[in-house]
Design a protein around this ligand. Structure first.
Ligand code: LMR
Length: 400
């Protein structure tokens, strides 16, 4: 029996039980190992262009050249990493809250590092806090929450068969939370379903969270991939308006296309600048214990872009182009079969197909199409010339 947790007890290393590898990482390895030249890898969440490549943004290449030419030292920066990077993110992420002194942020190793750090802080603050998580969710959320030692409470978020958010069930779930409990929310481009809360739903969730004294923790990894930078942060900004305390795990890995460079940030809001400064001291201490200091390169390159009006404008053009491709592929898939129409109404890189595990495996075996076991697929995982083959194979799977 493969263990799904990393809390096994063993006296010697050799006695450790076999561990079930992360499903998405296992899928990457499986797709890479398939020798069929026409394979379609819609498993992992990386943006690919019409030719099926994940290119480095032109503006990123420019920033990296500038970094290479101008960087004079690689000496330590400290646990906060590149402070200017976190400063420059504020208007993009926080919008009208950018100047709020009760909000502070710090660089982290990707969005995943920010999540871990945020949950470590919650555990320091209140080990009894329960974390309410809508299902399905990103497969790494539960291991992070449980790895930190917090209790996780699941509530239904999305119904795979009707391809719709289970909003009533979500509210019921949140109404079961007590003051001090944490609510993990996807900021935009829900992973794995692509089904985002609409404006009224965000308002309703925000009302419950603030009235019940819950702590919202927003995971926002795809800002700019949905409708636009400001539109995609609207839910988060509404929470910042309504709540005294908010935690945000942010990622630049996708919207700057720097996946392996691990560029992210953690932002906190409390009721006062002094309390925020005190909480941030805990954040830096926890970071010091885990990774000491975040990796510099990617964040430094993002900082160079955001510190330069022209490079920022160029980045936004490239970001818009990524979003346009996501939405164009969505429209094409949606038009291919009425059963896929819902995909045109969703946002970001992921949608979920109501396929059984057998059907997912059959797609892998017969058509070399690699999607997650849950039926999650990356709409821009495939090149333009693979889309028709993909939709035909999915329709065949639906027909049984
Ligand atoms: C994904 O969901 O595919 C990405 O966020 C990659 C990852 O780290 O799981």
């Amino acid at each position: 029996m493969l263990s799904e947790t990393t809390t096994a007890r063993a006296k010697v290393l050799a006695d450790l039980p076999p561990v079930k590898s992360d499903s998405l990482l296992a899928l990457i390895a499986m797709a890479n190992a398939d020798p069929r030249p026409d394979k379609i890898d819609v498993g992992v969440g990386v943006f690919r262009d019409g030719a099926g490549q994940t290119p480095i943004l032109k503006v990123m290449k420019q920033a990296e050249r500038k970094l290479l030419e101008t960087q004079v030292s690689k000496s330590y920066l400290g646990s906060a990493g590149d402070k200017r990077f976190a400063e420059l993110l504020r208007p993009i992420l926080l919008g009208e809250h950018a100047d709020d002194e009760r909000i502070a942020g710090t660089q982290t190793p990707g969005g995943c590092g920010a999540l871990r750090l945020g949950f470590e802080l919650i555990r320091t603050m209140n080990p009894d806090a329960r974390v309410f998580v809508g299902t399905p969710t990103w497969p790494n959320h539960a291991p992070i929450i449980r790895g930190v030692g917090l209790e996780m409470v699941e509530y239904p978020y999305y119904d795979r068969d009707s391809c719709a958010i289970r909003f009533g069930a979500m509210l019921e779930g949140l109404n079961g939370a007590h003051e001090g409990d944490v609510v993990l929310l996807h900021g935009v481009c829900h992973n794995p379903t692509g089904a985002d809360l609409d404006e009224q739903q965000w308002a309703e969730v925000t009302r419950i969270v603030s009235q019940r004294g819950l702590l919202p923790f927003v995971d926002i990894a795809y800002q700019g991939f949905g409708r636009g930078l400001d539109e995609d942060a609207a839910g988060l900004r509404g929470l910042l308006s309504a709540c005294d305390e908010v935690i945000v795990a942010q990622s630049c890995d996708k919207n700057f296309s720097v996946y392996r460079d691990r560029v992210g940030s953690l932002f906190l809001k409390t009721g006062s600048a002094e309390a925020t400064a005190k909480a941030m001291a805990h954040v830096y201490q926890r970071a010091r214990e885990m990774w000491s200091m975040p990796p510099d390169h990617g964040a430094a390159a993002v900082r160079i872009i955001l510190d330069d009006a022209q490079l920022t404008a160029d980045w936004k053009v490239e970001l818009d182009a990524m979003r346009d491709r996501i939405n164009a592929v969505r429209a094409r898939i949606a038009a291919a079969d009425p059963r896929l129409a819902y995909i045109g109404q969703q946002f970001g890189m992921f949608s979920m197909l109501p396929l059984s595990m057998e059907q997912v495996l059959a797609l892998r075996e017969r058509h070399a199409i690699y999607m997650a076991d849950s039926g999650r697929f990356n709409v821009v995982g495939m090149a333009d010339d693979s889309i028709d083959r993909f939709t035909a194979a999915v329709a065949e799977a639906f027909d049984g």
